[in-house]
Design a protein around this ligand. Sequence first.
Ligand SMILES: *Cc1c(COP(=O)(O)O)cnc(C)c1O
Length: 443
Amino acid sequence: MRKIPAVNKLLEDPSVAPYEVLVGRDALRELIASELDRVRASESTPAFEAIVERLVLRAQERSAAGLRGVINATGTLLHTNLGRAPIAPAAFDEARTVAEGYSNLEFDLGAGERGSRYVHASELLARITGAQDALVVNNCAAAILLILDTFARNGEVVVARNQLIEIGGGFRLPDVLARSGARLVEAGTTNKVYLRDYERALSPRTTLLMRTHQSNFTIDGFVHDVTPAELAALGRRAGIAAVEDLGSGALVDLREYGLPHERTVQDAVNDGMSLVAFSGDKLLGGPQAGIIAGTRAHVARLRSNPLVRALRVDKVTIALLVATLRLYASKESRERIPFYRMLAAPLEQLRARANRIAAAAPGWEIAGVEGLVGGGSLPHARLASIGLACPSAHPGELAARLRRNERPIVARVDDGRVVLDLRTVEPHEDAALIDAMRGILPG
Ligand SMILES: *Cc1c(COP(=O)(O)O)cnc(C)c1O
């Protein structure tokens, strides 16, 4: 008989014991059992300390699995893989009260009778966007689905050829159209679309004129487009709804932050679109949601579609969205939304942080870097930023080590360097960054 340690002895070992809480007693016992099976199957029995060390590593991996917070040092503000827009702490504080207890979610406090969960966000959205009414569903993809199902079933939808997009996750407009039972009628060519192309595409079966934002690509050169206002006017003349999938959904003019102009929801409403769809967790800086703003009559038709029930958002989302929208009251309060605060951070401020960090982490150098807005918006805009770089022959390995940090750090690798862009790192995360950087030296 070889000396295989007892399960209880391992469970009680001071290095192993803390994981009982982190991964659960049963899971820890299972880990120990499988580790001991491995020991039994091997040629010789490793030292007790070696068994403990492997066990701790596996328990660490187990406890780190699942959804957790990371430090985004990529410089991409709306990183789809990292959860898009971080939510404002102020919005969370408000939402907590609603989520932890009962609320007037579907209760009219004035009349003392059943109310609608949609009123809470609709009024605020209408006020901010200038639209008559608004509806909130699960995400922008759901918003498109709802619009097509309501207006386009068994009808024809006219879309310009240069707008037949695929957004991330394999959501392709032509496929979604097909699923909704609508027939796609393309207008114009890939580079040139004129109003007469749309006019020619109209038929008695046309139910919708649809425009989509070219979120993550651009076409330059020999091009012509129909303006949204022209399209909306054509819709009114023909008695057909004109709809715009705006995607990122800016509620403020991003030129205020030195960025190129990004079409806003207000622009689309002013242009006369019947309905405008956009996301809650992109440029709005709130929770995942799909918002549809538009005329009273068109939104009313959407609301009466039974699909709304299947696409509805929960109270936490509504509370977070309303609280985030309230922050749009002034520029100052808007910059309590992480996306806008990060966008507004002056270079001098980032440089001062970089100086402090570089002084504490030998081997890392301060570097001028460029970040991105992300979320499919402004694909060509570069955000001047300051970062820290560590030259290395194996930058990929260094980046992997940063991802294994207790609070994982997601860095960028470029040009034989690991780069940490400070614009997307919250100042309170600097200390954790320094701790991790100290363990990493160039070479
Ligand atoms: C991002 C985007 C969508 C999808 O939005 P989700 O909220 O992720 O569903 C749809 N259309 C456009 C143009 C987009 O940019």
